[in-house]
Ligand binder design. Structure first.
Ligand SMILES: CC(C)(COP(=O)(O)OP(=O)(O)OC[C@H]1O[C@@H](n2cnc3c(N)ncnc32)[C@H](O)[C@@H]1OP(=O)(O)O)[C@@H](O)C(=O)NCCC(=O)NCCS
Length: 175
């Protein structure tokens, strides 16, 4: 997929052999762009849960996958997406390196995720937003569905969603 805005970037699926290039970008965004999480929590994510080996495992088994944004061949942004469950496609992490923010990349990653959900046959897409990203999701035309106070790992979260179609039994029991 190629975009036509001033900054030339592409969106593609992260491949297992690209995980070692992707991981420092993921780590940088988590460490610098999620002020609500303490360093202890960020290190827990990076060292225990979302490790390079876990990403390789998820990508090869299909349990999770990642859309990446590249500028001049370099990874600058990502959307980490869970395999759809119950007809719902959940975006687990979304981030763009600070130097590349506000250039349309985040919005394109959201489109790629929603398009994927529609193609899969999902009836819904959902995401939990840190407070700092609320405005961005509103601008992406996602629906604000609620607020969770002091939620997972201690932060307030805004729940955003988009209805993509009617629930279909065959999709909800697919995997
Ligand atoms: C949130 C984030 C992914 C947005 O990516 P981005 O590439 O900067 O977003 P875009 O350039 O596509 O912006 C799309 C629209 O949202 C607006 N926007 C982006 N970030 C915004 C912010 N923090 N506050 C208000 N508006 C914002 C843009 O101005 C643009 O508006 P427009 O469509 O009216 O022109 C990025 O800022 C980021 O990585 N933030 C830190 C991590 C984070 O919060 N991730 C989401 C966590 S749940």
């Amino acid at each position: 997929m190629k975009n036509t805005s001033k900054l030339d970037f592409t969106i593609s699926y992260l491949k297992p052999f690209e995980v070692d290039e992707f991981f420092p970008v993921f780590a940088k965004v988590l460490k610098t762009q999620f002020p609500g999480y303490s360093l202890v929590i960020i290190n827990y994510f990076l060292e225990k849960i979302y490790t390079p080996n876990s990403f390789k495992y998820w990508l090869t088994t299909g349990w999770r996958f990642v859309f990446i944004a590249k500028v001049e061949g370099k990874i600058v942004g990502f959307a980490v997406v869970d395999r759809p469950y119950g007809g719902v496609c959940f975006c687990r992490w979304l981030g763009v390196l600070p130097d590349y923010q506000k250039k349309g990349i985040g919005k394109k990653l959201i489109s790629a995720w929603l398009d994927y959900g529609k193609e899969y046959g999902c009836h819904k897409a959902e995401i939990a937003s840190q407070p700092e990203a609320k405005e961005f999701y509103l601008r992406c035309n996602l629906d604000l569905e609620g607020e969770r106070k002091v939620s997972y790992f201690g932060i307030d979260q805004f729940i955003f969603g988009k209805v993509l179609g009617k629930p279909k039994d065959e999709v909800m029991i697919k995997d």
